[in-house]
Design a protein around this ligand. Structure first.
Ligand code: CP
Length: 308
Protein backbone atom coordinates (compact mmCIF):
# COMPACT_ATOMS: atom_id res chain seq x y z
CA UNK A 1 0.00 0.00 0.00
CA UNK A 2 1.39 3.42 -0.90
CA UNK A 3 -1.49 5.73 -0.10
CA UNK A 4 -3.64 6.56 2.89
CA UNK A 5 -7.16 5.15 3.17
CA UNK A 6 -8.46 8.67 3.98
CA UNK A 7 -8.54 12.05 2.20
CA UNK A 8 -8.49 14.06 5.46
CA UNK A 9 -6.82 13.52 8.85
CA UNK A 10 -9.78 14.15 11.15
CA UNK A 11 -8.92 11.70 13.92
CA UNK A 12 -7.01 8.50 14.62
CA UNK A 13 -10.35 6.68 14.77
CA UNK A 14 -10.64 7.03 10.97
CA UNK A 15 -7.20 5.45 10.32
CA UNK A 16 -6.21 1.81 10.09
CA UNK A 17 -2.96 0.11 11.13
CA UNK A 18 -1.54 0.26 7.59
CA UNK A 19 -2.15 4.04 7.47
CA UNK A 20 -0.10 4.47 10.64
CA UNK A 21 2.71 2.27 9.30
CA UNK A 22 2.76 4.26 6.04
CA UNK A 23 2.89 7.57 7.94
CA UNK A 24 5.80 6.27 10.06
CA UNK A 25 7.77 4.96 7.05
CA UNK A 26 7.26 8.30 5.29
CA UNK A 27 8.26 10.18 8.47
CA UNK A 28 11.49 8.10 8.64
CA UNK A 29 12.41 9.52 5.23
CA UNK A 30 11.54 13.10 6.20
CA UNK A 31 13.40 12.81 9.51
CA UNK A 32 16.50 12.05 7.51
CA UNK A 33 15.77 15.09 5.27
CA UNK A 34 15.37 17.55 8.16
CA UNK A 35 18.68 16.44 9.64
CA UNK A 36 20.56 17.26 6.42
CA UNK A 37 22.34 20.59 5.95
CA UNK A 38 19.74 21.44 3.26
CA UNK A 39 16.51 20.69 5.11
CA UNK A 40 14.08 21.45 2.32
CA UNK A 41 12.60 19.39 -0.54
CA UNK A 42 10.69 20.81 -3.53
CA UNK A 43 7.92 18.17 -3.27
CA UNK A 44 4.88 20.41 -2.62
CA UNK A 45 5.74 23.47 -4.71
CA UNK A 46 2.22 23.51 -6.23
CA UNK A 47 0.32 23.20 -2.95
CA UNK A 48 -1.05 26.03 -0.80
CA UNK A 49 -1.88 25.33 2.83
CA UNK A 50 -3.83 27.50 5.30
CA UNK A 51 -3.19 27.07 9.01
CA UNK A 52 -6.29 28.30 10.80
CA UNK A 53 -6.13 28.40 14.58
CA UNK A 54 -9.16 29.30 16.70
CA UNK A 55 -7.29 28.26 19.89
CA UNK A 56 -3.82 29.01 21.23
CA UNK A 57 -0.89 26.83 20.20
CA UNK A 58 2.90 26.93 20.29
CA UNK A 59 4.20 23.49 19.24
CA UNK A 60 1.48 22.36 16.83
CA UNK A 61 1.26 25.65 14.93
CA UNK A 62 5.03 26.11 14.58
CA UNK A 63 5.54 22.44 13.75
CA UNK A 64 2.91 22.44 10.96
CA UNK A 65 4.29 25.66 9.52
CA UNK A 66 7.83 24.34 9.55
CA UNK A 67 6.71 21.01 8.01
CA UNK A 68 4.89 22.85 5.22
CA UNK A 69 7.88 25.10 4.51
CA UNK A 70 10.30 22.15 4.53
CA UNK A 71 8.08 20.60 1.80
CA UNK A 72 8.14 23.93 -0.17
CA UNK A 73 4.37 24.48 0.09
CA UNK A 74 2.98 28.03 0.06
CA UNK A 75 1.69 28.81 3.55
CA UNK A 76 -0.88 31.27 4.89
CA UNK A 77 -1.60 31.65 8.59
CA UNK A 78 -4.87 32.69 10.16
CA UNK A 79 -5.41 33.45 13.82
CA UNK A 80 -9.05 33.81 14.89
CA UNK A 81 -8.22 36.42 17.54
CA UNK A 82 -7.02 38.85 14.84
CA UNK A 83 -9.66 38.02 12.22
CA UNK A 84 -13.20 38.86 11.12
CA UNK A 85 -14.43 35.94 13.28
CA UNK A 86 -14.38 38.66 15.97
CA UNK A 87 -16.99 40.52 13.83
CA UNK A 88 -19.29 37.47 13.73
CA UNK A 89 -18.13 35.64 10.56
CA UNK A 90 -19.00 31.91 10.64
CA UNK A 91 -16.54 29.02 10.35
CA UNK A 92 -17.85 28.01 6.89
CA UNK A 93 -17.76 31.60 5.57
CA UNK A 94 -14.28 32.09 6.99
CA UNK A 95 -12.93 28.92 5.40
CA UNK A 96 -14.73 29.43 2.08
CA UNK A 97 -13.20 32.90 1.83
CA UNK A 98 -9.76 31.40 2.47
CA UNK A 99 -10.40 28.63 -0.08
CA UNK A 100 -11.51 31.11 -2.77
CA UNK A 101 -7.88 32.27 -2.68
CA UNK A 102 -7.07 28.78 -4.12
CA UNK A 103 -5.98 26.98 -0.97
CA UNK A 104 -5.62 23.17 -1.27
CA UNK A 105 -5.32 22.09 2.36
CA UNK A 106 -6.53 23.43 5.71
CA UNK A 107 -4.88 22.66 9.05
CA UNK A 108 -7.37 23.64 11.73
CA UNK A 109 -7.40 23.85 15.53
CA UNK A 110 -10.84 24.60 16.96
CA UNK A 111 -12.40 24.47 20.46
CA UNK A 112 -15.45 22.52 19.26
CA UNK A 113 -15.25 18.70 19.04
CA UNK A 114 -16.11 17.61 15.49
CA UNK A 115 -15.23 20.97 13.88
CA UNK A 116 -12.89 19.25 11.38
CA UNK A 117 -15.49 16.65 10.40
CA UNK A 118 -18.06 19.42 9.91
CA UNK A 119 -15.67 21.39 7.73
CA UNK A 120 -14.72 18.38 5.61
CA UNK A 121 -18.38 17.97 4.65
CA UNK A 122 -18.80 21.58 3.57
CA UNK A 123 -15.60 22.64 1.84
CA UNK A 124 -13.58 21.28 -1.05
CA UNK A 125 -10.12 20.95 0.54
CA UNK A 126 -8.14 18.37 2.46
CA UNK A 127 -8.60 18.99 6.20
CA UNK A 128 -6.11 18.17 8.96
CA UNK A 129 -7.38 18.31 12.54
CA UNK A 130 -4.78 20.07 14.71
CA UNK A 131 -6.92 19.54 17.83
CA UNK A 132 -10.72 19.83 18.19
CA UNK A 133 -11.73 20.63 21.75
CA UNK A 134 -11.48 17.65 24.11
CA UNK A 135 -11.97 15.24 21.19
CA UNK A 136 -8.89 14.33 19.08
CA UNK A 137 -5.36 15.55 18.34
CA UNK A 138 -4.27 13.00 15.73
CA UNK A 139 -0.84 14.34 14.79
CA UNK A 140 0.11 14.51 18.50
CA UNK A 141 -0.80 10.82 18.93
CA UNK A 142 1.13 9.91 15.77
CA UNK A 143 4.26 11.72 16.92
CA UNK A 144 3.90 10.17 20.39
CA UNK A 145 3.73 6.62 18.98
CA UNK A 146 6.52 7.39 16.53
CA UNK A 147 8.69 8.56 19.45
CA UNK A 148 7.95 5.34 21.40
CA UNK A 149 8.82 3.28 18.30
CA UNK A 150 12.08 5.22 17.93
CA UNK A 151 13.01 4.83 21.61
CA UNK A 152 11.88 1.22 22.25
CA UNK A 153 11.96 -0.33 18.75
CA UNK A 154 8.21 -0.88 18.50
CA UNK A 155 4.89 0.02 20.07
CA UNK A 156 3.40 -3.48 19.88
CA UNK A 157 3.33 -5.25 23.25
CA UNK A 158 4.60 -2.24 25.22
CA UNK A 159 2.90 -1.14 28.44
CA UNK A 160 1.91 2.52 28.19
CA UNK A 161 0.22 4.54 30.93
CA UNK A 162 -1.44 7.88 30.20
CA UNK A 163 -1.52 9.93 33.42
CA UNK A 164 -3.58 12.94 34.43
CA UNK A 165 -6.62 14.80 33.15
CA UNK A 166 -8.02 12.11 30.84
CA UNK A 167 -11.51 13.65 30.89
CA UNK A 168 -10.58 16.89 29.10
CA UNK A 169 -7.75 15.55 26.96
CA UNK A 170 -7.81 15.16 23.18
CA UNK A 171 -4.26 13.82 23.44
CA UNK A 172 -5.48 10.94 25.63
CA UNK A 173 -8.25 9.83 23.26
CA UNK A 174 -6.09 9.99 20.12
CA UNK A 175 -3.26 8.18 21.93
CA UNK A 176 -5.59 5.42 23.11
CA UNK A 177 -6.86 4.85 19.54
CA UNK A 178 -3.33 4.91 18.07
CA UNK A 179 -1.71 2.71 20.74
CA UNK A 180 -4.49 0.10 20.66
CA UNK A 181 -4.32 -0.08 16.83
CA UNK A 182 -0.61 -0.86 17.11
CA UNK A 183 -1.06 -3.57 19.77
CA UNK A 184 0.14 -1.74 22.91
CA UNK A 185 -1.27 -2.43 26.39
CA UNK A 186 -2.77 0.81 27.68
CA UNK A 187 -3.71 2.00 31.17
CA UNK A 188 -5.01 5.40 32.21
CA UNK A 189 -4.24 6.85 35.63
CA UNK A 190 -5.63 9.93 37.35
CA UNK A 191 -8.22 11.12 39.85
CA UNK A 192 -11.60 9.38 39.47
CA UNK A 193 -13.16 12.82 38.84
CA UNK A 194 -10.97 13.26 35.75
CA UNK A 195 -11.74 9.81 34.31
CA UNK A 196 -14.44 9.65 31.58
CA UNK A 197 -17.31 7.24 32.31
CA UNK A 198 -17.01 3.93 30.40
CA UNK A 199 -13.35 4.60 29.44
CA UNK A 200 -12.75 0.81 29.76
CA UNK A 201 -14.94 0.32 26.67
CA UNK A 202 -11.96 1.66 24.66
CA UNK A 203 -9.93 -1.37 25.77
CA UNK A 204 -7.92 0.39 28.47
CA UNK A 205 -7.63 -0.32 32.20
CA UNK A 206 -8.03 2.33 34.90
CA UNK A 207 -5.40 2.54 37.68
CA UNK A 208 -5.83 5.22 40.35
CA UNK A 209 -2.53 4.45 42.13
CA UNK A 210 0.29 6.24 40.29
CA UNK A 211 3.11 4.15 41.83
CA UNK A 212 1.43 0.89 40.71
CA UNK A 213 0.88 2.34 37.22
CA UNK A 214 4.53 3.36 36.94
CA UNK A 215 5.74 -0.04 38.18
CA UNK A 216 3.68 -1.68 35.40
CA UNK A 217 4.58 0.56 32.48
CA UNK A 218 7.42 0.96 29.98
CA UNK A 219 6.30 4.50 29.13
CA UNK A 220 4.40 7.14 31.10
CA UNK A 221 2.75 9.89 29.05
CA UNK A 222 2.09 12.74 31.50
CA UNK A 223 -0.81 15.04 30.64
CA UNK A 224 -1.43 18.62 31.69
CA UNK A 225 -4.39 19.49 33.88
CA UNK A 226 -6.57 21.42 31.43
CA UNK A 227 -7.80 24.19 33.71
CA UNK A 228 -9.14 26.14 30.72
CA UNK A 229 -11.74 23.38 30.11
CA UNK A 230 -12.91 23.20 33.75
CA UNK A 231 -15.85 25.19 35.07
CA UNK A 232 -15.84 23.40 38.46
CA UNK A 233 -13.08 22.03 40.77
CA UNK A 234 -12.19 18.39 40.03
CA UNK A 235 -9.67 18.00 42.90
CA UNK A 236 -9.11 19.85 46.20
CA UNK A 237 -5.83 21.69 45.45
CA UNK A 238 -3.06 21.71 42.87
CA UNK A 239 -0.62 20.71 45.63
CA UNK A 240 -2.69 17.64 46.48
CA UNK A 241 -2.94 16.73 42.78
CA UNK A 242 0.86 17.00 42.42
CA UNK A 243 1.38 14.80 45.50
CA UNK A 244 -0.91 12.03 44.18
CA UNK A 245 -0.49 12.22 40.40
CA UNK A 246 2.71 14.18 39.76
CA UNK A 247 5.96 12.42 38.84
CA UNK A 248 9.12 13.51 40.65
CA UNK A 249 12.67 12.14 40.70
CA UNK A 250 12.35 10.25 44.00
CA UNK A 251 9.24 8.44 42.72
CA UNK A 252 11.11 7.42 39.54
CA UNK A 253 14.11 6.27 41.57
CA UNK A 254 11.87 4.13 43.80
CA UNK A 255 10.86 1.98 40.77
CA UNK A 256 12.81 -1.18 40.05
CA UNK A 257 13.37 -0.20 36.41
CA UNK A 258 13.90 2.82 34.15
CA UNK A 259 10.79 4.02 32.35
CA UNK A 260 10.41 6.52 29.50
CA UNK A 261 8.72 9.83 30.35
CA UNK A 262 6.68 11.71 27.75
CA UNK A 263 4.62 14.90 27.80
CA UNK A 264 2.79 16.56 24.89
CA UNK A 265 3.39 20.07 26.32
CA UNK A 266 2.84 22.67 27.46
CA UNK A 267 4.24 21.45 30.81
CA UNK A 268 3.06 22.72 34.19
CA UNK A 269 6.40 22.21 35.95
CA UNK A 270 5.89 21.10 39.54
CA UNK A 271 2.31 19.90 38.92
CA UNK A 272 2.17 16.82 36.64
CA UNK A 273 5.97 16.61 36.37
CA UNK A 274 8.91 18.19 38.20
CA UNK A 275 11.75 19.92 36.36
CA UNK A 276 14.31 17.28 37.38
CA UNK A 277 12.13 14.66 35.61
CA UNK A 278 11.22 16.81 32.58
CA UNK A 279 14.88 17.60 31.94
CA UNK A 280 16.25 14.12 32.79
CA UNK A 281 17.68 11.44 30.48
CA UNK A 282 14.47 9.45 30.91
CA UNK A 283 12.42 12.23 29.32
CA UNK A 284 11.92 12.26 25.53
CA UNK A 285 9.83 15.45 25.54
CA UNK A 286 12.07 17.36 23.13
CA UNK A 287 12.42 14.29 20.86
CA UNK A 288 8.61 14.32 20.64
CA UNK A 289 8.73 17.93 19.44
CA UNK A 290 11.46 17.13 16.88
CA UNK A 291 9.52 14.11 15.60
CA UNK A 292 6.42 16.28 15.27
CA UNK A 293 7.91 18.03 12.23
CA UNK A 294 8.73 14.75 10.44
CA UNK A 295 5.30 13.27 11.24
CA UNK A 296 3.48 16.39 10.00
CA UNK A 297 5.60 16.44 6.82
CA UNK A 298 4.56 12.81 6.25
CA UNK A 299 0.85 13.49 6.84
CA UNK A 300 0.82 16.58 4.61
CA UNK A 301 2.79 14.81 1.85
CA UNK A 302 0.54 11.72 1.89
CA UNK A 303 -2.70 13.76 1.90
CA UNK A 304 -1.40 16.14 -0.79
CA UNK A 305 -0.65 13.17 -3.05
CA UNK A 306 -4.40 12.34 -2.94
CA UNK A 307 -5.52 15.82 -4.08
CA UNK A 308 -6.84 15.49 -7.64
N1 CP B 1 1.01 19.58 22.25
C1 CP B 1 0.32 20.63 21.82
O1 CP B 1 -0.73 20.52 21.16
O2 CP B 1 0.87 21.85 22.15
P1 CP B 1 0.34 23.26 21.66
O3 CP B 1 -1.00 23.49 22.31
O4 CP B 1 1.39 24.26 22.09
O5 CP B 1 0.18 23.22 20.17
Amino acid sequence: MSELSVNHLLGIKYLNKQDIELIFETADHFKEVINRSIKKVPTLRDITIANIFFENSTRTKLSFELAEKRLSADVVNFSASQSSVKKGETLIDTVNNILSMKVDMVVMRHPNPGAGVFLSKHVDASIINAGDGAHEHPTQALLDSYSIREKLGSVKGKNIVIVGDILHSRVALSNIFALKLQGANVKVCGPKTLMPKHIESLGVQVETNLKKALEWCDVANMLRVQNERMDISYFPTTREYAQQFGVNKSLLESLNKEIVIMHPGPINRGVEITSDVADSNQSIILEQVENGVAIRMAVIYLLASKIK
